[in-house]
Design a protein around this ligand. Structure first.
Ligand code: GLU
Length: 445
């Protein structure tokens, strides 16, 4: 690595001990920026790398709430406002027991470049809590969200910081969060949160956007190679919002999705996933994926091993960070995988990413492939600002166009910097230069 980049990385390690996911996310970006800092010494002169790796603001707070048995519970809440050179901080909230500062920083750091790639005016941030929503009643979820927002409200706003959903935070949680924000501030400030319900300021296609966008990106990769999705065998990990709508779009475009998973195991369904049943099990009933196999003849549930052992031509990891390691990558490569696109944030370990590159597999990193979610959040902000509501088709077309542009700009940058076909380098270079140029223009702040 370039000496200046290495120094910046060493400082990140020193200043953020124990935050391995954050270190991983920073290394993955800095590793690809050598040619950029060589061509643009002005970035190093203005300490852009060091500044970009240090969040503008980090908020940590107590979230007390009372469970259904009347017992008081304490969780920890976070909001890391990472970079606002391009617009208000933007990024989701994650409610999951694994959440700690290192996870929020890794997600916030990724978000800076992802948001820049969309070409829309949004900065990067992320938040969440170590609260575990699994098994909690609606009333408990509501009380938790209200308590979380009772602190968060003072830090956010449509021109300041605009949270949304992530793992464990969907339409229900955004509703409770928005309700509490409105109550405390006495303002119907639609643009303060995205992922809202359609009846109260939400955008069409937002629910589908991350999954659809990932598939649009894969479609672009295939088209650039004179191919398409028709008849392609696909394995998808996860069965949350991203996975479900990736499967929906894959099926609309003629692909056959043969496997999906949750944290308890995976299902194989060679006839193609029955999406209506999957939505019923996971969305309506909030049940484990094993119920899918119980109710679908020909499908099998496997509770050990990895979904990546299922033979496929396209793999979409849509579950969570570091879910696909080098062993999984090896199995996918042996089974002839052609394209891997990250629907989740950083689901592939660095070793897996290297294995795909060595094997000539097209690999699309999350900050490019899953940017459709936050891009549609920015479209929701546009609609809120103009008090407008767009139709489904129009919004989906805007999303498709954004994904096409991201794909094109990644390939162009990769070419320009001598790494043709390298989407990792392309995405990092485009995202970084957008933010770096804005930071230069705004001065030392
Ligand atoms: N959590 C999503 C992401 O990882 C969406 C963020 C948003 O819509 O602000 O990009």
């Amino acid at each position: 690595m370039d000496e200046k980049l290495q120094h910046a990385y060493d400082e990140v390690l020193r200043r953020n001990p124990g935050e391995s996911e954050f270190h991983q996310a920073v290394l993955e970006v800095l590793d690809t920026l050598g040619p950029v800092v060589a061509k643009h010494p002005e970035y190093a002169d203005a300490a852009i790398i060091e500044r970009i790796c240090e969040p503008e603001r980090q908020i940590i707070f107590r979230v007390p709430w009372v469970d259904d048995q009347g017992q008081t519970r304490i969780n920890r809440g976070f909001r890391v406002e990472f970079n606002s050179a391009l617009g208000p901080y933007k990024g989701g909230l994650r409610f999951h027991p694994s959440v700690y500062l290192g996870i929020v920083k890794f997600l916030g750091f990724e978000q800076i470049f992802k948001n820049a790639l969309t070409g829309l005016p949004i900065g990067g941030g992320k938040g969440g809590s170590d609260f575990d929503p699994k098994g909690r009643s609606d009333a408990e979820i509501m009380r938790f969200c209200q308590s979380f927002m009772t602190e968060l409200y003072r830090h956010i706003g449509e021109y300041t910081d605009v949270p949304a959903g992530d793992i464990g935070v969907g339409g229900r949680e955004i509703g409770y969060l928005f309700g509490q924000y409105k109550r405390i501030t006495n303002r119907y400030e639609s643009g303060v949160l995205t992922g809202k319900g359609l009846g109260w300021g939400g955008s069409r296609v937002r629910t589908e956007a991350t999954g659809y966008g990932t598939v649009f990106f894969v479609d672009e990769i295939l088209r650039s190679r004179g191919d398409d999705l028709e008849g392609k065998k696909v394995a998808v990990s996860g069965s949350g919002n991203v996975a479900i709508y990736a499967i929906e779009k894959l099926q609309q475009l003629g692909a056959v999705v043969v496997a999906c998973s949750d944290s308890g195991g995976y299902v194989v369904d060679e006839a193609g996933i029955d999406l209506a049943l999957l939505k019923d099990v996971k969305e309506a009933r909030r049940q484990r994926i094993s119920h899918y196999a119980d109710e679908r003849s020909g499908a099998t549930f496997v509770d050990d091993g990895s979904v990546w052992s299922v033979p496929c031509e396209i793999a979409l990891p849509c579950a969570t960070q570091n879910e696909l390691d080098d062993t999984d990558a090896g199995a996918l490569i042996r089974n002839g995988v052609q394209v891997v696109a990250e629907g989740a944030n950083m689901p592939c370990t660095p070793e897996a990413v290297r294995a795909f590159a060595d094997a000539g597999v097209a690999f699309a990193p999350g900050k490019a492939a899953n940017a459709g979610g936050v891009a549609t959040s920015a479209l929701e902000m546009q609609q809120n600002a103009s008090r407008d509501s767009w139709g489904f088709e129009h919004t989906e077309q805007r999303l498709a166009e954004i994904m096409r542009n991201i794909h094109r700009s990644c390939l162009t940058a990769a070419d320009e910097y001598g790494q043709p076909g390298n989407y990792v380098a392309g995405a990092n270079i485009v995202g970084f230069t957008q933010v770096a140029d804005a930071m230069l223009a705004l001065g030392v702040i």
